[in-house]
Design a protein around this ligand. Structure first.
Ligand SMILES: Cc1cc2nc3c(=O)[nH]c(=O)nc-3n(C[C@H](O)[C@H](O)[C@H](O)COP(=O)(O)O)c2cc1C
Length: 367
C-alpha cells in the first residue's frame, strides 16, 4: 500500500511531566497526575488517536519540576485503555538493553502487545551529571543508541543471541518469553541531527522530529528515505505539532500570542541553553533546536513551527500537506489536553479523513 493510500496516524504527548508542553504562565487545564492521564488516554482512544508518547526526564532546570517515569507510567496507562499503543521513552545510559528488553517484553504480554518505545539519545547534560551518568559526546550517544536498538531487536527476535559492541555485549543469550508483537516491539527514535537521521535510515521503525514547515520536513524526509532505501530499510516519519484548533483563525492566533506573551522567560532561556548540547554541538550544526527562536522554544519541540494553528479546516488541509511531503504520523500537543483532544476528534479528524479520501479517489478516476 502506498503512503497516499494509508491514512495519517495521530499520536499525542502524554503529560507525565508537570507544566504541560509550553513553558508559559498561561492557564493550562492539563495535569500530570495519573488520574488525569487515564481520562486523557481514554478520551484519545475514543477520538481517533492510535498512539500516546510518554517522556523521560530525571530532572529539569527549566520548569517541569515533577516527572513521572516513562515505562511504569506507560504501563499504567495501558492497563486502563483498550486499543491505544503507548510509546515509552527510553534513554540509553540509565537503561541497559538487557533490562529494557526483559521489562518491555513483560509489559507487551501484560498489555496484549500495545507497548512501543522511543529511544532518546540525550541532550540534557545537567541531568546526566546529576544522576552520575557518563556523557559521551553527541555522535557517540547515537552510536550507543544504535547498539542499544540492534541489541533489543536481536534479543527480541533470536535465541542464543550474541553481540559484541563497543557499549553492549550479549553472549549466547535467550530471552523467554519473547514479546507478543512480531517481528518485535515497535521502535521509535527522537532527534534530527545528521547522526539521528543516519541511525533512522539503518535501524529504527519510526523517526520522530521536532516541528517544522512542510518544505523543511520534505528535505529531511527525502534525505532519510534515500539513505534507508540504500540500506534496504523502511522507516516511517512522525512530526511534532502543537495544535491550537478554534472555531475562528483569530481565536487560535490569539491563543498562540497569549502563550508566547506569557512565556516564562527565565525557564525558556534555561531550556534554550541546555539544548545547545543537541545537534547544535555537532560539526554540521544541524538538528533539533539548532535554529530555534525564543518563540519556538516556548513549546518544547518547536511545535508552533508546524503551524497546525487555525480553524479545523485550515488544520486539516495542512495535515494533508504534511502527509503529501511524506509524514506518516502527527505527534500532537495541546494546551488543555482533554477538552482539545475531544474537539480535535469531533471537528478536525473527520475533515482530515474526508480530504484523504478525496485524494485517494483522484488516481482511481483518472485511471
Ligand atoms: C518526539 C520527540 C520526543 C523526545 N522525547 C525525549 C524524552 O522523553 N527525553 C529526552 O531526554 N529526550 C527526548 N527527545 C530528545 C531527543 O532524543 C534528542 O536528544 C534531541 O532531539 C536532540 O537530538 P539531535 O541532536 O539529534 O537533534 C525527544 C525528541 C523528539 C523529537
Amino acid at each position: 500500500m502506498s503512503q497516499q493510500d494509508r491514512n495519517i496516524t495521530f499520536a499525542y504527548w502524554v503529560p507525565n511531566v508537570s507544566g504541560g508542553l509550553v513553558v508559559s504562565n498561561i492557564e493550562q487545564r492539563t495535569d500530570w497526575s495519573y488520574d488525569y492521564n487515564v481520562r486523557l488516554a481514554q478520551t484519545a482512544e475514543q477520538n481517533g488517536f492510535d498512539y500516546a508518547l510518554t517522556q523521560i526526564r530525571f530532572t529539569a532546570g527549566y520548569n517541569a519540576e515533577n516527572q513521572h517515569e516513562s515505562v511504569s507510567f506507560s504501563h499504567g496507562i495501558l492497563a486502563k485503555t483498550e486499543r491505544l499503543k503507548v510509546i515509552a521513552a527510553i534513554l540509553p545510559g540509565p537503561w541497559k538493553p538487557a533490562l529494557a528488553a526483559k521489562q518491555l517484553a513483560t509489559i507487551d504480554h501484560l498489555t496484549n502487545g500495545r507497548i512501543a518505545i522511543n529511544v532518546v539519545s540525550g541532550w540534557f547534560r545537567g541531568e546526566f551529571d546529576a544522576i552520575g551518568e557518563e556523557w559521551p559526546e553527541h555522535d557517540q550517544r547515537y552510536a550507543r543508541s544504535e547498539e542499544f536498538i540492534c541489541s533489543l531487536k536481536g534479543v527480541w527476535t533470536q535465541d542464543n543471541y550474541s553481540f559484541d559492541g563497543k557499549y553492549y555485549q550479549f553472549k549466547d543469550y535467550t530471552l523467554s518469553p519473547k514479546p507478543l508483537q512480531k517481528p518485535h516491539i515497535e521502535i521509535f527514535q527522537g532527534g534530527s541531527s545528521r547522526a539521528a537521521r543516519d541511525m533512522a535510515s539503518r535501524v529504527s521503525d519510526w523517526y520522530f522530529t521536532n516541528g517544522n514547515t512542510p518544505e523543511e520536513l520534505k528535505k529531511q524526509i527525502e534525505d532519510i528515505r534515500e539513505k534507508a532505501k540504500a540500506n534496504d530499510h523502511q522507516v516511517k516519519i512522525g512530526v511534532n505539532a502543537f495544535i491550537i484548533a478554534r472555531d475562528t483563525e483569530k481565536e487560535a492566533q490569539a491563543v498562540l500570542q497569549e502563550i508566547i506573551d506569557k512565556a516564562n522567560t527565565e525557564a525558556v532561556h534555561a531550556f534554550g541553553d541546555a539544548t545547545r548540547e543537541a545537534g547544535a554541538a555537532t560539526a554540521e550544526g544541524e538538528g533539533n533546536w539548532a535554529k530555534s527562536t525564543f518563540a519556538d522554544l516556548v513549546q518544547y519541540n518547536d511545535g508552533f513551527r508546524t503551524n497546525l494553528i487555525g480553524t479545523p479546516l485550515q488544520i486539516a488541509e495542512r495535515i494533508v500537506e504534511l502527509k503529501n511531503v511524506g509524514v506518516d504520523l502527527i505527534l500532537s500537543g495541546f494546551l488543555h489536553f482533554i477538552e482539545e483532544v475531544e474537539y480535535f476528534g469531533e471537528k478536525v479528524l473527520p475533515l482530515v479523513r474526508e480530504l484523504e479520501a478525496q485524494q485517494q479517489r483522484v488516481p482511481a478516476k483518472s485511471a
